[in-house]
Design a protein around this ligand. Structure first.
Ligand SMILES: Cc1cc2nc3c(=O)[nH]c(=O)nc-3n(C[C@H](O)[C@H](O)[C@H](O)COP(=O)(O)OP(=O)(O)OC[C@H]3O[C@@H](n4cnc5c(N)ncnc54)[C@H](O)[C@@H]3O)c2cc1C
Length: 522
């Protein structure tokens, strides 16, 4: 995936793309993958980095949604369970089968959750990841060593998937690249262009790193900008009604010893009716999330003190030695692009979690809502809608069977796992230049070679691209990420041919950003 080559393709004004996609998160990438599977000529513009928005800030679950089952969203759960199974098959290097345990404190709860999860198992059919079952009090304590034992009756084990969201986004982008797609990051769409009849015929875009602007001709345009969708809809039709209601969710990252073991904890009903997860992930424990309506869509939403307190307080009801503020290594927030209800309700639970496709008069197609797990199906549905509109002649979709970049059945242990088949290439790089085998931080496995690789092969252009999404350091441990940043900037500058002022600016920007992930600065 080479940005320079792609910019050359973009700059050829004679090209008429079949499909131009705005947004390089789960939704935009799902649309790109499906369109490419049908042989279309596809260009995608991401204003920041791939998955820099909500798509790198999820709970990292590939799931049907036990909670949505309880809310009766049967169709959504069926669809998500099917997609869960397909994703685990198409990207085994980026996903895992994760057992979850619901601690049970009353016999009524045992009955309720056992029945619910049996239905969940049944709905997954042949794509089931494991049978749910009741386990005794002793086994629950053995598997969740830090769970409070008082009044505990036992636990219900069930299975869902887990993944690395930002690296999955990257793997989809790389797969799209291999299929002939032209994807670029740090490339905001500035405006939509229309013909004399008012029909959309392209975009005005800008390379945020060079300042150059380009005119793009396209037969169809998809707006997949998540919580920013209304901005593009406003470009198309100034004054149009708001379609998105952002809802914030935060996560705290702490040492995995606060839960112990390798099972995840699921609390199905917290004091205010939410679900709370504590999930072992990349050798840490990710605890979340919240559901707080926010007015504005922001690239870097700030966690609220009340959200942090809620998570710590809820965890303290279940854990023997609960984490406190000082134990939090990083805190990150994301915004759900929920489809706003017509009558503007204030309750997030009443707002649909399924995706929505909006067809504008100009031909603009907007994809909003949904979840990471169903990204591929959301893409397929969007293409089907475009086909019905008559804008493009479509071949059948084959995205369901596409193995994603790096796919291997011989999945490695540790952080090399996420690279899939690229891990061998990385090791070759270290063999050629052994100094690249040096670690960037004593406490973390990431090596200098991965920075070089990220620039050469993964379109990483900024220090944040490397430390937040190629490696997940910023959300795993904000202090450690700051300590790694100077060496990352040096290595990147060497690869990209940048000077000292570039390094200084990158470091200043990264440190300012990292402050937002440190609990001591909130
Ligand atoms: C707290 C939280 C936890 C979640 N957990 C899970 C989970 O465990 N499992 C699951 O399946 N789902 C989960 N989700 C849902 C899932 O993360 C989202 O549905 C999904 O990431 C949304 O992707 P998106 O592409 O629509 O939006 P985004 O990821 O926000 O992508 C939109 C992109 O558009 C870009 N953009 C905006 N304007 C422009 C422009 N003018 N030009 C070019 N690009 C532009 C942005 O930079 C952004 O990258 C969670 C969501 C949240 C908030």
């Amino acid at each position: 995936m080479d940005r320079k080559t792609n910019i050359k393709r973009i700059s050829d004004e004679r090209t008429v793309w079949d499909l131009a996609i705005i947004g390089g998160g789960a939704s935009g990438l799902g649309v790109a993958l499906d369109a490419l599977s049908r042989g279309l000529r596809v260009v995608l513009f991401e204003k920041a980095d791939f998955a820099q928005g909500t798509s790198s800030r999820s709970t990292k679950l590939v799931h049907g949604g036990v909670r949505y089952l309880a809310q009766g969203e049967i169709g959504l759960v069926f669809e998500a369970l099917r997609e869960r199974g397909r994703l685990l098959r198409n990207a085994p290097h980026l996903t895992e089968n994760q057992p979850f345990i619901i601690p049970v404190y009353t016999w009524m709860d045992r009955w309720k959750y056992s029945v619910g999860l049996k239905i969940y198992d049944w709905m997954a059919g042949s794509l089931r990841l494991g049978k749910s079952r009741f386990i005794s009090r002793d086994e629950t304590i053995l598997r969740l060593p830090q769970i409070k034992a008082k009044r505990l009756k036992g636990g219900i084990v069930y299975h869902d998937g887990q993944f690395d969201d930002a690296r999955l986004a990257l793997a989809i982008a790389q797969t799209c690249d291999q299929l002939g797609g032209c994807l670029v990051n740090h490339f905001p769409v500035l405006d939509l262009t229309k013909d004399e009849t008012g029909s959309l015929n392209g975009l005005m875009v800008k390379d945020a790193l060079s300042g150059s602007k380009y005119r793009i001709h396209a037969k169809a345009v998809v707006n997949a900008t998540g919580v920013f969708a209304d901005k593009i809809l406003q470009m198309d039709e100034p004054g149009i009604r708001k379609t998105i209601q952002p809802s914030q969710g935060i996560h705290l990252v702490v040492d995995k010893s606060f839960l112990g073991g390798s099972d995840a904890l699921m609390i199905p009903a917290t004091s205010d009716g939410r679900v709370l997860f504590a999930v072992p992930w990349q050798d840490k424990l990710v605890v979340g999330t919240t559901d707080t309506l926010r007015e504005k869509a922001k690239m870097e939403p700030r966690p609220l003190a009340k959200e942090i307190n809620f998570i710590l307080e809820t965890a303290s009801h279940y854990l023997v030695k609960p984490p406190s503020r000082k134990d939090v290594l990083s805190v990150f927030a994301g915004l759900r692009p929920l489809a706003a209800p017509k009558e503007g309700s204030q309750k997030t639970k009443e707002i649909s979690r399924s995706h929505k496709i909006i067809m504008s008069k100009s031909g603009l197609v907007t994809l909003t809502g949904g979840k990471w797990t169903t990204f591929r199906k959301m893409g397929e549905d969007t293409l089907e809608a475009i086909g019905k509109m008559g804008a493009l002649a479509l071949r059948p979709s084959t995205s369901v069977d596409i193995r994603l970049h790096g796919h291997t059945d011989l999945v490695e242990e540790g952080h090399w796992k996420w690279y899939g088949t690229d891990a061998d290439e990385l090791r070759k790089l270290v063999k050629e230049n052994p100094s690249l085998g040096r670690r960037l931080h004593d406490s973390y496995p990431y090596t200098e070679a991965e920075v070089v690789w990220a620039v050469r092969r993964e379109m990483a252009m900024r220090v944040d691209d490397v430390l937040s999404r190629r490696m997940r350091m910023l959300i795993l441990d904000a202090h450690a990420a700051m300590a790694m940043a100077p060496r990352v900037a040096d290595l990147m500058a060497e690869e990209l041919g940048k000077d000292q002022p570039w390094k200084d600016k990158e470091l200043a920007d990264f440190n300012k950003l990292a402050d937002k992930y440190r609990i001591d600065s909130l």
